[in-house]
Design a protein. Structure first.
Length: 323
């Protein structure tokens, strides 16, 4: 039998201009890493692919030896840049080869691993991509929806409202509900607040107390004294002991300039308290009723205090005049 003859279909070649445009488009896709963008709809949160990966799209920080720092879950210790305390499980930027890491205050985590900016948002149920903690739907996180990536409030305290305004310390003027955990917040409680959007998070979701101040680098740290190891010192109620400057006995809860990391402090004679924990100048003002941030004594309305209005922080006349 004769073999069947299959008619060949003519191959239609694109015109030269169309082919050139097609090649240009293919080059653009290759330069962008290829692939087709996934739809932006909500997807179930996947388990983290792994910790200790560099942020591909962001500028990589380096250790003093020039090695690239990797974002990873750190061990308890102190930041090699500012000396601030780093708690177990806190995210840091680390160089394992040099046993060197820096805290989020010195090197904020502002982007996901692909370099997209993180935004304040409510989570889809899943696991934090920093510490793997299980999160429920609705918890406030720092999120990259495009990459299905987020960090819980332990790994990355919320610093902005969902609109993108920076949060500031504020004493709540009326009872309210925390926009992160939905717990009741009594009048007068310290919160991190966006006045423009009437949006805030409570002390548990973003600590504002003086105890947590030792974990941060103050905005104007240059004006604050430093301990013998070079760490920034902040005003704090002392444990009974003796001044590391002059040896004078210091009473329990006496206001001193302290380095909590080194258990080292200077009395009011050696280093008078003239700045708040963030380094702002204190000014003589008439107080709102509350408690002294030095000795915790009750302060009456219109009592004379030394105050930082920006941080809602003041010390009573006893703490100030004593020195």
């Amino acid at each position: 039998m004769a073999a069947a003859v299959v008619a060949e279909q003519p191959v239609i070649m694109p015109e030269a201009p169309a082919a050139a445009k097609l090649l240009e488009r293919l080059d653009e896709v290759a330069a962008q890493g290829g692939g087709v963008a996934e739809p932006a709809g909500a997807q179930p949160k996947q388990s983290p692919a792994g910790h200790g990966q560099e942020t591909a799209g962001a500028k990589c920080p380096q250790c003093p030896a020039g090695h690239g720092l990797v974002c990873t879950v750190g061990d308890a210790g102190s930041c090699d840049a500012c000396g601030g305390i780093v708690r177990q499980g806190q995210l840091v930027f680390e160089c394992r080869a040099c046993n060197y890491y820096v805290c989020q205050t010195c090197q904020p985590i502002e982007q996901c691993k692909k370099g997209h900016d993180l935004q304040t948002a409510t989570a889809v149920a899943g696991k934090c991509d920093g510490c793997s903690r299980t999160l429920k739907t609705g918890e406030v996180v720092m999120d990259c929806r495009e990459c299905n990536y987020y960090l819980c409030r332990v790994c990355h305290p919320v610093t902005k409202c969902p609109t993108g305004h920076t949060l500031g310390k504020w004493a709540s003027q009326a009872p309210g509900i925390c926009d992160s955990c939905s717990k009741a917040v009594p009048k007068g409680s310290m919160v991190m607040d966006c006045r423009r959007c009437n949006w805030f998070v409570c002390e548990a979701c973003h600590p504002t107390s003086k105890v947590s101040a030792q974990f941060r680098v103050p905005e104007v740290a240059g004006v604050l004294p430093r301990c013998s190891a070079g760490h920034t010192m902040q005003p704090l109620g002392a444990k009974a002991g003796s001044c590391n400057g002059c040896g004078k006995l210091v009473k329990e809860k006496e206001l001193v300039m302290s380095c909590a990391a080194c258990n080292w402090y200077l009395c009011g004679t050696c280093s008078p308290v003239v700045h708040c924990p963030e380094g702002h100048d204190l000014e003589a003002e008439m107080a709102m009723a509350g408690r002294c941030d030095g000795c915790a004594r009750k302060v009456q309305e219109n009592e004379s205090v030394m105050q930082c209005r920006k941080c809602n922080w003041y010390i009573c006349s006893t703490c100030h005049i004593r020195h």
